[in-house]
Design a protein around this ligand. Structure first.
Ligand SMILES: Nc1nc2c(ncn2[C@@H]2O[C@@H]3COP(=O)(O)O[C@H]4[C@@H](O)[C@H](n5cnc6c(=O)[nH]c(N)nc65)O[C@@H]4COP(=O)(O)O[C@H]3[C@H]2O)c(=O)[nH]1
Length: 768
């Protein structure tokens, strides 16, 4: 191949105008020679020698042709172009003797037109094959008709300048812009890489490019693009290992530097691939690693030649350029893949997320329609994860989630999907399932047992169980949304049944789901429409029989269903977060009412308000309490907040901080449902609590159940030891009251004294 680089440094020939001037001068001189047939032969010969010297010194190709487009005069540049030394060898020949038929026909046609019309052709771009090298050359050619003194056209004069270098630069710039545009337009990486290889190949004839990409395993190279190499060769080198002696590419990626193998047949790096290369007549291979802007190897760019040779300076520079463009394209794709991955996966476990789940589920449903197997959606929720998380801390909780996620993945097939929705909620997509529940039951049992295996975190063993709900397409829902909702409903059923198990969705659950959704909407509207009101239940001192406090209990007067008990809506309000605005309203109303009783001159009593977990964890909660007191003008000592035992024990340290802030204002605290949890005595001691409430479930059977009597007695004595008041709730009978009095319980609340009643009834009771 010709040294294109050295060609690039040829002195620039004067601009086109001078080309035409030379042409015109030549035509005139020649016309003079033809015209004056009487001129002395000697003179003409001298003239001719001079002319010859002149045309030979022109660096452009200069030629004269007769009417049949036969060369009659040429300069040395033309001869050289055709691989000849003596210009006379070309004389008498036509382009058909020197070029391909196609090229020659094109020239002939144009020249005949010039000679017929007399109109010149100026600076026309021509593409020809350079005889000695076989390279493509671009010429800028002008051809002018030649006339005798009668003005008749007797031939033509032409001049061609080699503009290959300029043309290649132009093509390179255009191609480069095109590739960058493809990258910017996010076209598939294979297409972009293929274009880069072709760009290089148009610049360097006789060279075949190949891009290999780093495999995700980081130790191999996979096929990227090599449009001009035989497919079988590309296939054979796909998956080449990266290592110190693995051909040009494997070694270049390993060494992170270019590896130039000039003679494949004799280079030790090619020992294992020599035969393969020989089969495809590949003699040399120069490979350059493609490096990211952070210095990571992204792949290799190789150039193969059928000759034993090294790249020249121009080829080396061009390799640098295309390798950089390839790096941009690959990096951009990797960044895009990363963005897509992040958007579709959970960062903690690496599992697919909700977005990807919807895609996968829709796809699986389409498959089902076509091929008939079933798709099951399994909603998984870990039992009691919150308390594990709270007691262990979030880092350990995260670790547990990762372990559980891994166990789930191990229990399903690669075609299934395990998705993390957030928190401790997962969804498993079991595709291609046979009809019936047996296969799914077996998988879920396996998963349940795998999850239940002990987990060691920070050296401590943990056991975690899970509840699962299954909905199967198409029977349990027509679309992704319905399937997920129904699997969720089935999961709740499994939780209600005590957890650590699974439930299949049934139509009955669907009714419940709809009811829940309707209730949720109605509750939201109800808050806005003031459908909620409070009733109050007196709390009485057992010894004196005096009312010392009232518990505020919320009621909902539904426009259609009438009064609804909090047991029906508080849990839902907690799950949906509606408890926060509702709880704020209860707090404000209870404070306002208590202040109103006091302002009416009634004996002051405390008002007890139930606080749910969502409210207590709300960062703004203390300020809500403060403003309820400020707005009502109620003295803080007349407000008691009831927290459940389990709520406080979730995060004892935080609970103490919050409670102490409010205690400083004068607010009192009671622990509701006491005895249902497992509060440690030391935790209890550190809480700023004034009162313990014995849960009504222990009070209910005081007369008959020895265990409940024991528990009630223990709570009472515990309260006494901690210097706390103890109140029993749900007291309905004198028998119960008798037992409590005998056990030295301080206070009670229950139907025996009064049901929860409206504010006016409390006023009457207090008056009495
Ligand atoms: N069988 C029987 N029951 C008795 C007796 N004496 C009182 N009760 C009922 O026992 C419940 C006591 O309230 P709780 O344990 O705080 O339990 C409450 C409380 O946890 C929650 N709740 C009520 N109002 C609110 C509120 O404003 N905010 C929050 N967060 N929860 C509330 O709803 C639960 C149920 O409230 P209610 O239906 O009003 O039910 C009340 C009350 O009417 C009795 O002698 N026998």
């Amino acid at each position: 191949m010709q040294d294109t680089h050295s060609r690039r440094r040829l002195p620039e020939v004067p601009p086109e105008q001078s080309q035409i001037a030379v042409l015109q001068a030549t035509v005139e001189r020649l016309q003079a020679g033809f015209d004056d047939s009487t001129k002395a032969k000697k003179e003409w010969s001298a003239e001719r020698t001079l002319l010859r010297a002149m045309v030979d010194h022109v660096p452009d190709a200069l030629f004269v042709k007769d009417l049949q487009s036969r060369f009659i005069i040429i300069n040395r540049t033309v001869a050289r172009f055709h691989g000849l030394i003596d210009p006379d060898e070309v004389i008498g020949k036509t382009d058909f003797d020197l070029h391909t038929f196609e090229t020659a026909s094109k020239f002939f046609e144009i020249e005949q037109r010039i000679m017929q019309t007399g109109s010149p052709m100026i600076d026309m771009e021509e593409v020809v094959i350079d005889r000695p090298t076989g390279d493509t050359k671009w010429l800028s050619t002008s051809k002018v008709a030649m006339r005798n003194d009668q003005g008749e056209i007797v031939g033509l004069v032409g001049i061609s300048r080699d503009v290959t270098v300029r043309k290649r630069d132009e093509i390179l710039r255009e191609e480069q812009a095109h590739v960058l545009e493809m990258i910017a337009m996010n076209l598939p990486l294979e297409k972009v890489l293929e274009r880069i290889v072709l760009l290089m190949e148009t610049q360097l004839q006789g060279v075949f490019g190949s891009i290999l990409l780093l495999d995700p395993d980081g130790t191999h190279l996979k096929h990227g693009a090599a449009p001009s190499l035989p497919a079988a060769y590309n296939q054979a080198i796909d998956g080449t290992a990266i290592g110190p002696g693995v051909g040009s590419c494997g070694t270049a990626a390993y060494r992170r530097e270019s590896v130039i193998v000039t003679d494949i047949a004799n280079d030790p790096l090619w020992v294992d691939f020599r035969e393969l290369a020989e089969r495809y007549e590949l003699r040399s291979c120069w490979s350059t690693p493609i490096i990211s802007h952070l210095g990571a190897v992204l792949g290799t760019f190789a150039m193969y030649s059928r000759d034993i040779r090294a790249p020249d300076v121009w080829e080396t520079n061009l390799t640098g350029l295309v390798t950089r463009i390839a790096a941009i394209a690959i990096e951009r794709k990797l960044a895009e893949d990363q963005i897509i991955f992040v958007a579709h996966h959970d960062s903690l476990t690496g599992l697919a997320n909700r977005t990807l789940l919807k895609d996968r589920l829709v796809q699986a449903m389409l498959q089902t329609e076509r091929y008939n197997p079933c798709v099951s959606v399994v909603f998984v929720d870990l039992d009691d994860f919150k308390s594990v998380n709270d007691s262990l801390g979030h880092a350990a909780g995260d670790q547990l989630l990762k372990i559980v996620a891994g166990r789930m993945v191990d229990c399903v097939r690669p075609i299934d999907a395990v998705v993390r929705l957030g928190g401790d909620e997962f969804v498993i997509l079991l595709v291609d399932q046979p009809e019936g529940t047996d296969a799914i039951s077996a998988t879920l049992d396996k998963m349940r047992m795998a999850i239940a295996e002990p987990i060691s975190i920070e050296g401590r063993p943990f056991h975690i169980a899970c509840s699962m709900g299954v909905a199967t397409y198409p029977n349990d829902g027509p679309d992704a949304e319905a399937l997920l909702t129904n699997a969720d409903a089935a999961m709740y059923k499994a939780k209600e049944a005590g957890g650590d198990g699974f439930q299949f969705f049934t139509a009955e659950m669907n009714v419940k789901v709809h009811e829940r959704l309707a209730l949720q909407d109605a509750m939201r509207d109800g808050i806005g429409r003031s459908e909620f009101y409070l009733v109050y239940q007196p709390q009485v001192d057992i010894q004196s029989g005096r009312i010392f406090a009232v518990e505020a209990l919320v009621r909902w007067k539904h426009p259609v269903r009438g009064v609804i008990s909090p047991n029906e809506f508080i849990t839902l309000a907690e799950e949906t977060g509606l408890i926060v605005p509702l709880g704020d309203w209860v707090l404000n109303e209870a404070c306002r009412q208590n202040k109103a009783w006091q302002d009416a001159g009634l004996p002051p009593v405390s008002v007890c308000v139930n606080v749910s977990a969502r409210q207590f964890q709300d960062k703004k909660w203390t300020s809500h309490v403060t403003s309820a007191l400020e707005e009502s003008g109620l003295d803080a000592r007349y407000l008691e907040l009831e927290l459940t035992e389990s709520l406080v024990m979730r995060d004892v340290d935080q609970a103490i901080v919050t409670m102490k802030e409010l205690q400083a204002l004068g607010v009192h605290f009671a622990i509701d449902d006491f005895g249902t949890g497992y509060s440690s005595l030391s935790a209890l001691k550190s809480l700023p609590v004034s009162r313990l409430k014995i849960d009504q479930s222990f009070v209910l059977n005081l007369a008959t159940d020895e265990d409940d009597r024991t528990i009630a007695a223990v709570v009472i004595s515990l309260g006494q030891r901690l210097n706390l008041k103890v109140i029993a709730e749900g007291v309905e009978t004198n028998e119960q009251l008798g037992f409590l009095r005998d056990s030295h319980c301080d206070e009670f609340q229950g139907y025996l004294f009064s049901r929860p009643v409206e504010a006016a009834a409390i006023a009457a009771l207090l008056q009495a």
